[in-house]
Design a binder for this molecule. Sequence first.
Ligand SMILES: [Zn+2]
Length: 219
Amino acid sequence: MLIDIHRHAKDAGAADRVVRNLFHNQTSEIEEDKFYSVGLHPWHVDENTIQEDLKMVEDAASYPQVIAIGETGLDKTIKTSLETQSFAFYAQIDIARKLEKPLIIHCVRAYNEVFTLKINANIKQPWIIHWFNANRQMGEQLTEKGFYLSFGHLLFHDRSKAYHAFPNLPIEKLFFETDDSEYSIDEVYKKAALLKGINWEILQKQIESNFKHCFGLEP
Ligand SMILES: [Zn+2]
């Protein structure tokens, strides 16, 4: 079974199970028998509409198909201030906490902040950092503290930090994703198996098991 933990497109692509990501204004697309994450993305945080936008996330969050909140997080490469981004992030951390659901995190150059937040607030629900792209030390620090890391097209870029960190990270804390890239999920799994030096069927079984642990659900 191939699991795609973070995908924007409506179709499943090559995956057997997808957690489709919906932005706050796409929640009318939620269907039965599918899995979703719903969140206010840091790129879409707008001071003028933040309360209504968060309300849309909160309304959709309690659907049983919405198995995670996000993507939410912090991005230091955009114009929106970290303060405003943090307001949206904290609000979504609270929603996830109340509903006991994992978070899907969008994190750009803010790994220390995200790490510290989860540890200091003593949050029990898993946080999945999608599109992980930091060094091995950061990857180890995060996975030791219970974070999951999701990898996709960066595994094909041998100059990315993700590519170099990946082989050393614990397999029981990994997920794979297509996000909005041109690589299909079977290509990502095959590349990951190659980089890890393991059979890709064993890798598939492991990710299935990770899914059960992380979400408390059968994929
Ligand atoms: Zn995404």
